[in-house]
Design a protein around this ligand. Sequence first.
Ligand SMILES: Cc1cc2nc3c(=O)[nH]c(=O)nc-3n(C[C@H](O)[C@H](O)[C@H](O)COP(=O)(O)O)c2cc1C
Length: 258
Amino acid sequence: MKILAVIGSPKGKGDGYKIVQQIEEQMTKFGDATFEYLLLKDSNLELCRGCFLCVSRGVDLCPLKDDRIKIEEEIVNADGVILSSPGYVYNVSWLMKNFIDRFAYTNHRPRFFDQKVMLIANSGGAGMEETIEAMRNTFGVGPEIVDELAYVTPPWPLTGKAEAKQRKAVSKAAKRLYDSIVEGKREVPGINKYLRFKFFKNVSSLVKDYLPADYEYYEDKDEYYYDTKISIFKKIAAWFALKIGMFFMRDLSPKDSK
Ligand SMILES: Cc1cc2nc3c(=O)[nH]c(=O)nc-3n(C[C@H](O)[C@H](O)[C@H](O)COP(=O)(O)O)c2cc1C
């Protein structure tokens, strides 16, 4: 199996990198696992300029000519993706934020359904939950997030007990990622993911003149992004939730929409 580890630390091979190396060490014990490290600090990924063309008209119109396409191919060719960021003032590093923004269109038009994702945040001890939360939407509802690891890396040595606890958490996370890849199944979406699909599909037709790329993407998708079983309960619950949500958001529709 192939794992792509995206390292968001501006230091490159800092504490976050070392945690991912521990994951690699564990996963290679379970079986065949090849790790590729994408150090964002050294990558050719320019800063998002905020033109919004990737979302509104299609990612092919992104004016930045860099390695985004190559990175996207690397994600597609991987079985698992690890996103690692240090916590900087209760958030991800600027490098990880730029990575997230450069893949913003996957929030509207998800892909990477066959990949499993692990999120890792490390900091001196504060803001790791917020850092993980900031990474949760990196690829929208595309890949399944199989584990989230918060790892304390203060500028002093930890006690043996704390070290052992963190090593155990690493082993567990590595096993979960490995097993989920071996199992190799696309997830059956929960109500939140299903509702998000229904919402985007619904909105894409309401705003088709403004977000034509979304309209085109959702036009031929009826049940979900891929073949899966959606229970009748989920369908009914999502129908009601969507009706209620759209009612409260009615003033946000384009003024020329019917
Ligand atoms: C600009 C900056 C902001 C930081 N903010 C926090 C913070 O809010 N909470 C915290 O516990 N540690 C904070 N830290 C410490 C880092 O999270 C910590 O040193 C981490 O281990 C760095 O990981 P790295 O070596 O992978 O870059 C901050 C460090 C920097 C440079």
